[in-house]
Design a protein around this ligand. Structure first.
Ligand SMILES: Nc1ncnc2c1ncn2[C@@H]1O[C@H](COP(=O)(O)OP(=O)(O)OP(=O)(O)O)[C@@H](O)[C@H]1O
Ligand SMILES: [Mg+2]
Length: 347
């Protein structure tokens, strides 16, 4: 097709000309802005500054595209107790890069715990039903991304995976590829950000932290000391060194202390207000209700209890008020006795 070729030739010439005029341009193939991703993370995740700083370095490195060729773009393991923002961080990255909280492929290792489910990860071995199709749990588009966007995979509760599955993963981390047992198909992870999460060691590290809070080291102004060592020992109990060695960075997410509760509440309220703005309405909370909602926080379950209280106690009352006062633009939620009330707000 001469026409297209001519066009290409013309394009090439004009690009060369521009280059000559302005010097070489070092453009990344990736169309995402680390700053914008980080702004979203920092707005929506509280109390995990260290982990977020590490995400920033990772994003900048990926954008510069200088990683090794035959490996995934990045491999991170998130440790920490339940409900502290591990999965949420990955979802927010997916949202910032792909415009969609579900723009990632999540594999729940818990369901793969039994050996015979391992086939679901790697595709059935030859001779088994489904081996020709090479079915696996992976959503190819989300794993492989595109030329301008990295794919994202999240392996949740990695400590539950069987030895066999971990071996498969080891290969993925090593070569950036997953070759199916049938040998005729592979999944490419070389354009993928891999995240893994685990609660392993969270409890041990926590007990140590609590002892430190009560103990003499704190009173003498000494650092918690062994925390890191305890975490590493717990990790070694759960995972082989070969596996740990292939992870770029292991990050610990902290338990959320009481001083973060108001901020968590505000993030949730901002989300609700975004949805309400489509109905031209806005909600504010009374100080008494704030205190009451924060009281439902239970450190053992992380942010989830607080969010549950927000959704189960506040949102139905808001819904009722919206229907009762279709003209009203501003609402105020408060507390009467034990009941959440939502009224028209007049300044
Ligand atoms: N640090 C945080 N900042 C803001 N919101 C948070 C934070 N931690 C948790 N949340 C909120 O709580 C919900 C549950 O958190 P998330 O799913 O990230 O838990 P997790 O750390 O992955 O726990 P699990 O180990 O149980 O999977 C999130 O949807 C988010 O709304
Ligand atoms: Mg999670």
């Amino acid at each position: 097709m001469p026409f297209i070729n001519e066009r290409l030739e013309a394009n090439r010439e004009s690009i060369e000309k521009n280059r000559a005029a302005s010097g070489p341009v070092r453009a990344s193939r990736f169309r995402f802005e680390p700053d914008l991703v980080m702004a979203r993370l920092r707005q929506n995740i509280v109390g995990q500054d260290e982990a977020l700083d590490a995400m920033e370095s990772m994003l900048v490195r990926v954008k510069a595209d200088i990683g090794e060729e035959n490996r995934p773009l990045a491999v991170h393991l998130f440790l920490g107790p339940t409900g502290v923002g591990k999965t949420e961080t990955v979802r927010l990255i997916a949202e910032a890069i792909h415009g969609n909280r579900d723009g990632l492929c999540r594999i729940d290792m818990n369901t793969l715990a039994q050996e015979h489910y391992a086939a679901a990860l790697t595709g059935a071995p030859p001779g088994y039903v489904g081996s020709k199709e090479g079915h696996s749990l992976f959503d190819l588009d989300k794993v492989q991304g595109s030329f301008s966007k990295p794919g994202i995979v999240l392996f949740d509760e990695i400590e539950k995976a069987s030895k066999e599955v971990v071996r498969t993963l080891l290969n993925v981390l090593d070569t950036g590829r997953l070759v199916f047992p049938s040998g005729n198909r592979e999944i490419d992870f070389r354009n993928t950000l891999i995240f893994m999460t685990s609660n392993a060691g969270a409890l041990d590290a926590e007990t140590h932290q609590q002892r430190y809070q009560r103990g003499w080291r704190r009173w003498l102004g000494l650092s918690p000391g062994k925390g890191e060592a305890i975490r590493d020992a717990a990790l070694r109990r759960h995972f082989d060194p070969e596996f740990l060695n292939r992870i770029d960075q292991i990050l610990t997410f902290n338990r959320l202390t009481d001083n973060w509760l108001e901020a968590l509440l505000d993030i949730e309220l901002a989300g609700l207000n975004r949805r309400l703005s489509k109905k031209h309405a806005e909600l504010i909370l009374s100080p008494a209700l704030r205190t009451e909602l924060c009281r439902s926080y239970d450190a053992r379950y992380g942010a989830r209890e607080l969010l549950r209280a927000f959704r189960q106690r506040l949102e139905p009352a808001v819904a009722r008020a919206l229907l009762a006062y279709p003209e009203c633009r501003r609402f105020r939620a408060g507390l009467k006795g034990n009941t959440v009330t939502v009224d028209q707000y007049v300044e």
